[in-house]
Design a protein. Sequence first.
Lengths: 253, 321
Amino acid sequence: MSIQTPVLRVEGLSKNYGSVQALEDVSFELHKGEVTALLGDNGAGKSTLVKCVAGSLYPSKGKIFLDGQEVSFHDPGEARLAGIETVYQQLALVETFDITGNLYLGREVTTRGIGRLLGVLDRKAMRGLALDAVKEFGARFPDLSAPVQTMSGGQRQVVAMTRGAFWGKKLLLLDEPTAALGVKESKAVLEVIAKLREQSQLALLIVSHNMEHVWQSCDRMLVLRRGQLVADLRKEEVTKNDIVAHITGANAK
Amino acid sequence: MKKRRVKLTGLQTRVLVLVLLVVIFSIFVPYFLGIDNFTNILVNGSVVGIIACAMTLLLVARQIDISVGSSVAFSAAVFAATAEKHSLIFSLVLALLAACFVAVINIVSIVYLRIESIIVTLACLIAFRGLTKVVLDGRSISVQNFDFIGAHRINLFGIVALPIPVLICFFVFLYFALIMKYTKYGHHMYAIGANPESSRLAGIKLELQISKAFLLMALAVFLAMIASVSMIGMAAPTTGDRLEFLALTAVILGGVGLAGGRGNVLGTLVAVLILAVIDNALVLFGVKPFWQEVARGGLLLLAIIFDQFSRTRDKTVRMEV
């Protein structure tokens, strides 16, 4: 193992909603070029943890370090500026826009000079860069200028992921990327994840309640149960049964 | 590709309807055909057109403003009442402030107190019609030396001399067409209308963008007030009456629909012309004014049915792709 600084380090993170303890003293690290799966049953605290890192929830206790620097996000925009991109389960796409429109949503490029002053869109530049991004991550689309509402669920997932990888500088959070997809589509999405792992300099965190889906594409697994981190293991160290036991709590004392 | 064709067909249908109406009326309605009457139609459509352009922007972002008629009346009342004692310029400034005052109430309630825009603007529709009557004391106040704007014609294209209200409408249309098609702001308004939650997550500032649209509406209200007062030479308790309803009919008939995220001002403009042409023909044909109201209401109903129909048709096309 190299001794490089982890992209993300979470230390003693806790979050409670009133008297309900959603996260309790969670600590872990994420590394560059590594795919980590965050597993756990419904209500284990996965979403809460991701939201704390993505800036849409503020933790009650604990610290978050990005590239060794302590950070504290008060909204998703701040996290995004720091280099953390999130692909939400509901994807957050605008269905009537095409791939380019969605890739640049909220971060549109304007033309230079007087055009910038008036806020004139530079559609040509955006389309060119979007095309490159789509090619780079190996996604295949029949028609790049078709609105995403004409696409399948898997294709939409890939559009959202491409956007995350396109803008993400450090960390890409994927919230249940395969939950709503069929077998074939899940496979296509996992292929893109593998491609991202090879080509990008990102740390990836995949949230899932389905271990089978993430097993082949992840390097490490974190398991949450009732708000506590019960396992932090490399894939080589464990079997699928161990992980399932951690998730369900079958081996709890 | 297919979707694009459907969209074009939508606009083409509207243009076709307009052309057919003009041809039919030219043949069957006496005095309809002629430069003077066509200019007349444009003048009568200009006030609605100005408001409908700003309304298009609002509906695209899933907002609505039904206070516009009262807002025009209130602005006109302030203008006329002030102009009795003060200069025209000073009165115009106050009139603009009056229009902005309504917009600020709408913005605060809708954007910051999160009340539905239809309810807030309904309240303003009622309250500002009342305030208009208070300012005018229930009478009409004429404005001296202002009708030159309504009467004056400018030969802009070297073909036909157009009255100033028509030109105001034309430039308002041009402005909204450009910002909606080419700017980041217009792009964001479409995004907000199509999916507000995704837009928020993408970092688009919904509050700010929607507030801007209401301020643009205030500007449109001010310009519509100028057009309206210049044509009749006075502010009356009935100024701008049912303007909200006429503008909405045009916007919906123009293809924006109530769900937001689609349509454009060109469609709206064609719809404004369709409505103005029908109105004019009914008058020339000597139809009783009561029937005009029936026709307008019927057209609004037709427009909504058409909107519903085209939305489901869009969907089936999408599934085929």
